[in-house]
Structure formats: C-alpha cells, structure tokens
Design a protein around this ligand. Structure first.
Ligand SMILES: CSC[C@@H](O)[C@@H](O)C(=O)COP(=O)(O)O
Ligand SMILES: [Zn+2]
Length: 204
C-alpha cells in the first residue's frame, strides 16, 4: 500500500474505532506496513480525528523518513509484532473498557474462550468448540522491554490475532486493514460477552 492510501485507511479506521468508544482521550495508535516501510500515528493526537499530518513514515528498519512530531510512544511494539508475524499488514491498538477491565480481572496470562460462534470472526478459526486464546502481558512503560517479553512468549506460543496488555488495551493484527478491523470487532464482542457472563455468574 502507498503511504497516502495507508494514511487515509488509518484516518478512516480511527473514526470508526472512536465511534465505538474504543480510543478515549488520546489513547490508541495505528500502523500499516507499506511498500517500503511503515506508516504510524504520531503521538498524542485524538485518534478519532486524525489528519494526514498526524502520521510519520518509517523505513523498513523503523527509522523516520518523513513526517513531523514524535511517532507513537508504542511504535516499538508495533515493529516487534510486524517482525514476529511477517504476514501482518495493519496493527490497531485500542483502549476499550472491556479490554482494560477484563485484562485486569483475569489473573492468568491468557484470555481464553470456547463456545462462542463469534470466535469464527477471527481468521483461521472454524469452530466454537476449540478455545480461542489471546495472551495477556503485564503493562510496562518501557515499551522495548514489553516488546521483548512479547517476543519471548511468541517463541513458544505464537501471536496470531493480537495481544492484550493488562489494564491498558488490545493490539489487534491482520493481513489487511479490513482483517484487523474485523479482529477488533470480533474480539470486542467476545470481551463484552465474557464481562456480562462474569457479572451474571457473580450474582448466583
Ligand atoms: C491516553 S494515554 C495512552 C497512551 O499512554 C498510550 O497507551 C497510547 O495508546 C497512545 O500513545 P501515543 O503516543 O499517542 O501513540
Ligand atoms: Zn495504549
């Protein structure tokens, strides 16, 4: 994808995800793998109202080649995820209430669900009968260190659709902007269902 098309696609994705309420304040950041590198959101903007000047262009090594401002504070995690799963072409990071609360509520290191038809919204999933697992990593303000922890985990348990960062949010990945958006929507549906289930079971 060309840089300008990537920016347009991310502006559109930002408007969509903001309308869903999944990027409050200046939370969230987005990127696309382009022909020669990456386009990533600049830090600190309202991701629901992005403009073409709110992006930086990086080369294939993550070095800034165009744009102003600072790249997203979480750029290193984006770059690591692209390196871990080379088919990834778009990463959208969101801060929904459900992802934030559930990732804190679950004490283990995995969000795991079985029995939901909506699991099949995630690429490669063909049945509700198999568990769908999304790894949860403890939040860390040292993004390079967090990216290394994710990479270490990936060596034994590959990251497929995305990761949750505890008390922080979701990093969703896909081989196109469309697929990443679908992964976010499917996962958010599953997070919401699990939150409702936990609340109901808590009243029993
Ligand atoms: C509103 S605080 C959120 C940030 O700390 C961060 O987690 C985030 O998602 C956005 O950071 P940014 O540097 O704008 O890409
Ligand atoms: Zn964030």
């Amino acid at each position: 994808m060309h840089n300008d098309a990537a920016k347009t696609a991310l502006i559109d994705a930002g408007r969509w995800v903001a309308n869903k309420g999944w990027v409050p304040a200046t939370g969230g950041n987005f990127s696309i793998r382009t022909e020669h590198g990456f386009v990533v959101t600049a830090s600190g903007h309202d991701k629901g109202n992005l403009q073409p000047e709110h992006f930086l262009e990086l080369d294939a090594h993550g070095v800034i080649v165009a744009g102003s401002g600072k790249p997203s504070a979480e750029t290193e995690l984006h770059l690591k995820l692209y390196a871990l799963k080379p088919s990834t072409r778009c990463i959208l990071h969101t801060h929904s209430v459900a992802a934030t609360v559930l990732s804190r509520f679950i004490q283990g290191d995995t969000f795991s669900v079985t029995g939901y038809e909506m699991q099949k919204s995630l690429s490669g999933v063909t049945t509700h009968l198999e568990p769908l697992n999304i790894a949860i990593f403890d939040n860390d303000q040292d993004i390079a260190r967090l990216a290394d922890v994710v990479a270490k985990h990936h060596a034994t348990t590959p990251v497929v659709h995305g990761v949750l960062i505890r008390g922080h949010g979701l990093y969703a990945m896909g081989d196109s902007v469309f697929e990443t958006r679908r992964h976010i929507e499917g996962l958010e549906f599953l997070f919401a269902c699990e939150l409702e289930r936990i609340k109901l079971e808590g009243t029993r």
